[in-house]
Write a protein that binds this ligand. Structure first.
Ligand code: PLP
Length: 389
C-alpha cells in the first residue's frame, strides 16, 4: 500500500488497517449466517453507542440519506418542523423537509455562534412543532450545539428532539437515555454516517430511534417513502437474515470492526481524546496567528474552522500542504478563501497532529510567514496532556 495521506478534512477521516482488512474481506451472501451474525452485532453495538433500547437502522447511503430517514419517519407532510441551524449542514434540513411538504421554520445562528435561546423559545411558543432538528457539530463552522440548553427547551414544548450526529457520533456523548433536567427530557433520535468520528469509509447511514420517535412513525399508516420507510426495514433490523434490499456487506464488515475499535478504546476515553485533540490543535494553530471561528467553549472536539492570518493564500497553503501529504479542506460559503477546515476526529492520534502542525508551520515559512513550528508543537503537547488527564 502506498504511504497514506494524512486526511484531515472533516470526513472522510483516516481509515486504519484493521478496518481496511474488514472492508476487503470476502463478500459473503447477505443471508450467510456468518454475515448475519456480524450485522446483528453491529446493530447491538450501535444501540450501545447511543445507549438506547430503541430501534437502530444501518443502511447503504450517506449522512444526507440518514437525515432524510429521520425526517420522513417522524414528521408528516403539513406538520411543522423547526430547524435550529449552526451552519451549512443545519440549513440542509430546510429544503430536505420542504421536499416532503413539511412546513419549516428555520432559525439560523450567525456563523461561528450559537442560535439565540430566547428566539428559539419564542418561536416554539408560537406554534405546534412536531419536531426540532439540531446539528450536534456543524461541519461548516466547527460549532458544537449546547444539548444541555436545547433539549429541555424543545422537550418542554412536547416536540421531538432530532439530533444530527454526523460530525459528532463516537467522539462526543450522544446518550439517548440521559435525562436533561426532567425524567422525560431526552434526545429522541440520532442520525449519523460512517465516515467521520467512527473512522469507517463513507457508505453507511445510521439512525437510532427512541420511543417517542418510533411512536411518531407508528401513528401513521404510510410515509411518503419506500427505501427510507423504517416499516420496510424493521423486519431486517430484527433479523438480518431477512431481505428487503441488499445490505452493503463489506461496509457492514468495516463498520463492525470500526465499532469494535470504538469500544476497545471505551466511549469515555474516546470522548476525552477528542476533547483534548480539539483544544490542542486550536491552541497550536493560534501560535501561527490562526484563530478558530468558534470560541473555545462552543468549539467542537471533532473539527475546527480556522481563519487565516492576513496574507496567507488559501489555495497556495492547502496545495503545498497536500504536497507534503497532509490534506485539509477549504471553508464554505462566505468563508471560502478566508479559512480552512481541519478534522481532528476518528482514529487519529497526537502523533498525527504533531506531524501535521510541523508541516503546516513549514508550509507557512515557505510561503514567507514567520512562524515557530517547534513552539506550536510544544503548545500542542502541553494542552493535549492537560486535557487528557
Ligand atoms: C453535520 C453533517 N450533517 C450531514 C452531512 C451530510 O452527510 P453526507 O455528506 O454523508 O451526505 C454532513 C456532511 O459532511 C455533515 O457534516
Amino acid at each position: 500500500m502506498p504511504n497514506k495521506e494524512l486526511l484531515l478534512i472533516p470526513g472522510p477521516t483516516p481509515v486504519v488497517d484493521e478496518i481496511y482488512e474488514a472492508l476487503a474481506s470476502e463478500t459473503l451472501a447477505h443471508t450467510d449466517p456468518r454475515f448475519v451474525s456480524i450485522f446483528k452485532e453491529s446493530l447491538q453495538h450501535t444501540q450501545s453507542l447511543f445507549n438506547t433500547n430503541g430501534e437502530v437502522y444501518v443502511f447503504a447511503g450517506s449522512g444526507t440519506l440518514a437525515m432524510e430517514m429521520a425526517i420522513v419517519n417522524t414528521v408528516a407532510p403539513g406538520e411543522k418542523l423547526l430547524v435550529v441551524s449552526h451552519g451549512y449542514f443545519g440549513d440542509r434540513f430546510t429544503p430536505l423537509a420542504q421536499a416532503y411538504g413539511i412546513e419549516v421554520k428555520t432559525i439560523q445562528a450567525p456563523w461561528g455562534q450559537h442560535a439565540d435561546l430566547e428566539q428559539i423559545r419564542h418561536v416554539l411558543s408560537e406554534g405546534t412543532f412536531k419536531a426540532v432538528t439540531v446539528t450536534h457539530v456543524d461541519t461548516s463552522t466547527g460549532v458544537m450545539a449546547n444539548l444541555d440548553a436545547l433539549v429541555p427547551l424543545v422537550k418542554e414544548k412536547g416536540a421531538l428532539f432530532l439530533l444530527d450526529g454526523v460530525c459528532a457520533s463516537a467522539a462526543i456523548e450522544e446518550d439517548m437515555q440521559k435525562t436533561y433536567g426532567h425524567p422525560d427530557y431526552k434526545i429522541d433520535l440520532v442520525l449519523t454516517a460512517s465516515q467521520k468520528a467512527l473512522g469507517v469509509p463513507p457508505g453507511l447511514g445510521i439512525v437510532a430511534f427512541g420511543p417517542q420517535a418510533l411512536a411518531a412513525r407508528s401513528a401513521r399508516n404510510q410515509v411518503p417513502a419506500y427505501f427510507l420507510d423504517i416499516a420496510n426495514w424493521r423486519p431486517i433490523m430484527d433479523n438480518p437474515a431477512r431481505y428487503f434490499a441488499t445490505p452493503p456487506v463489506n461496509m457492514v464488515n468495516a463498520y463492525h470492526r470500526g465499532l469494535e475499535l470504538v469500544f476497545q478504546e471505551g466511549l469515555p476515553a474516546r470522548y476525552q481524546r477528542h476533547q483534548a485533540l480539539g483544544k490542542a490543535v486550536r491552541a497550536a494553530l493560534h501560535t501561527y496567528g490562526m484563530r478558530a471561528l468558534a470560541e473555545e467553549p462552543i468549539a467542537a472536539p471533532t473539527l475546527s474552522c480556522i481563519r487565516y492570518p492576513a496574507g496567507v493564500n488559501d489555495m497556495a497553503f492547502r496545495q503545498a500542504l497536500a504536497h507534503k501529504g497532509v490534506v485539509v479542506a477549504g471553508a464554505l460559503a462566505e468563508l471560502a478563501g478566508k479559512a480552512f477546515r481541519i478534522g481532528h476526529m476518528g482514529n487519529v492520534t497526537d502523533i498525527d497532529f504533531i506531524k501535521a502542525i510541523r508541516l503546516m508551520g513549514e508550509t507557512l515559512q515557505e510561503l514567507g510567514h514567520s512562524v515557530n513550528p517547534q513552539a506550536a508543537i510544544d503548545t500542542f503537547a502541553e494542552v493535549y496532556t492537560q486535557f487528557l488527564s
